[in-house]
Design a protein around this ligand. Structure first.
Ligand code: HEM
Length: 437
């Protein structure tokens, strides 16, 4: 069984819907202050136990970067026991992630991607009043303390109907995790071994990750935060100029995503949207691909959801070892419907990955599945929604009698910054607070 009372709530609980959320980044200037911060936040962070509590949909999570662990004075042998990608940090991994050109770390919103980001606090709640209450408690942990500086903040809020800025319903598909007591959303997916998501447990390959000392990593996980700016006007214009009617526009959008805007999957309704299905959590993720649609006539292999989770599709490799928990939240104002001109506002997703293996989960999906298509025999095509654009983005819609090739798709998503973090268990937070090096 998972030790739910030691795992931070935000790791396992799907976020409330609707939601409001705030991300705050802190810099630790004195190790002693940083340790006191850990002691105080340990009292504010809730555990994943007691999901039935009425307060369980409001929580604060805390995560540290590698630089943050260093700033606390964590001994070198402990630091060395964390994963290589985490120790490098996201900016150093830019080329592998496709963060080039406009997404290059040189262009990122400061201080994202700099060694100053040490701690990230995330507060999530179903409404602004409760968010403010929980933020006030979180603020008390650092505001009056010298040696800790709040250096960045991002507010996020749900858009109408749980949609992300391009207009698709988000937050649908989640994996089931053995021992978590939280059901996944696809009844056809076997629950994944807990070690895929939580450090200290066996994973799908039979391995168990351990840190030095074991208590530091146990019940913790890695979290990847990415601020992804979305070019909504550009996306709409592309659909408009490449379609002859509104119905065709919507079909092209659905082919790119693998779902209609309502969330209804092409796998279950390939010809027209079905908002009832999109809204029905018991049915909207109940499908596989291979038996019914091996060639992608319904859901193209290159669509966003089939790439990022090929399920049982025939691909090179084994999809189950590249799964992830997503905790994305939207930021920025909605671009009013039908507007095709950019209004200059910053809007997009604070993408959050949760998993025990940054390399074979997040980085693999980003580099091999989103920015390449060799894994399903699709050459150098890229994800038409989230692909990064070192060159052109191309996408294929299988069709009879001839496939449709979309060539030179503009880049719709630009990385504004991000960081690799470690989200400790509650006992580990106290261990960090008691460091004496
Ligand atoms: C701004 C960029 C992005 C947008 C707008 C976006 C949007 C969406 C939407 C609308 C869905 C379908 C609804 C759902 O299942 O929750 C989805 C699913 C998913 N996305 Fe993204 N996404 C983005 C970036 C990413 C990135 C960078 C990754 C991974 C590195 C990713 C991984 C996934 C996964 C794993 C799923 C679930 C697939 C499934 O199980 O069916 N997404 N995304």
């Amino acid at each position: 069984m998972l030790e739910l009372d030691d795992i931070q709530s935000g790791v396992l609980r799907p976020r409330p819907a609707p939601y409001v959320a705030t991300y705050i980044a802190l810099r630790i200037d004195e190790a002693k202050a940083g340790r006191e911060l850990m002691r105080r936040v340990a009292a504010v962070v809730t555990s994943a136990a007691h999901p039935e509590s009425p307060l369980s949909d409001t929580w604060v999570s805390v995560a540290l970067t590698y630089q943050g662990l260093k700033a606390l004075g964590v001994p070198q042998d402990s630091l060395d026991s964390f994963s290589w990608e985490f120790r490098q940090g996201m900016a150093a991994r830019a080329k592998d992630l496709g963060d080039v050109g406009e997404s290059d770390p040189q262009q990122w919103e400061k201080p994202l991607g700099t060694p100053d980001i040490h701690v990230i606090i995330v507060a999530v709640s179903p409404n602004a009043t409760r968010l403010e209450e929980v933020l006030a408690r979180a603020r008390k942990t650092y505001q009056t303390m010298s040696g800790i500086e709040a250096i960045w903040r991002q507010d996020c809020h749900a858009l109408p109907d749980e949609k992300e800025p391009f207009g698709f319903k988000d937050g649908i598909s989640h994996p089931a995790i053995e021992g978590s007591g939280i059901p996944g959303t696809n009844p056809r997916e076997q629950p994944l071994k807990a070690g895929e998501f939580i450090i200290g447990y066996a994973d799908e390959l039979g391995g168990i990750q351990r840190t030095v000392p074991e208590i530091l990593g146990r019940n913790g996980t890695y979290v990847v935060f990415r601020k992804l700016h979305q070019r909504v006007a550009e996306f709409r214009k592309y659909l408009r100029t490449n379609s002859k009617s509104v119905a065709e526009e919507e079909l092209l959008a659905a082919k790119m995503m693998g779902r209609w805007r309502s969330g209804a999957p092409l796998a279950l309704c390939p010809f027209h949207d079905d908002p009832g299905l999109g809204a029905d959590a018991r049915r909207n993720n109940d499908f596989l691909f291979e038996a019914d649609d091996p060639a992608g006539f319904k859901t193209p292999a290159g669509s966003h959801i089939r790439r990022t989770n090929p399920r049982d599709s025939s691909i090179a490799g084994f999809a189950r070892i590249h799964r992830m928990i997503r905790r994305g939240t939207a930021y920025g104002p909605l671009l009013p419907e039908r507007v095709l001109e950019d209004d200059g506002a910053d809007r997009g997703l604070m993408f959050a990955f949760v998993g025990a293996n940054i390399g074979r989960q997040f980085e693999f999906v980003q580099s091999e599945w989103i920015n390449d298509s060799v894994f399903f025999g699709g050459g150098r095509d890229k994800d038409p929604i989230a692909g990064s654009n070192a060159t052109d983005i191309n996408f294929t819609v299988p069709r009879k009698p001839v496939r449709r090739r979309c060539v030179g798709i503009p880049q719709f998503v630009v990385t504004r910054g991000g960081e690799y973090c470690f989200m400790p268990g509650l006992r580990a937070l106290r261990w960090l607070a008691e460091l004496e090096t």
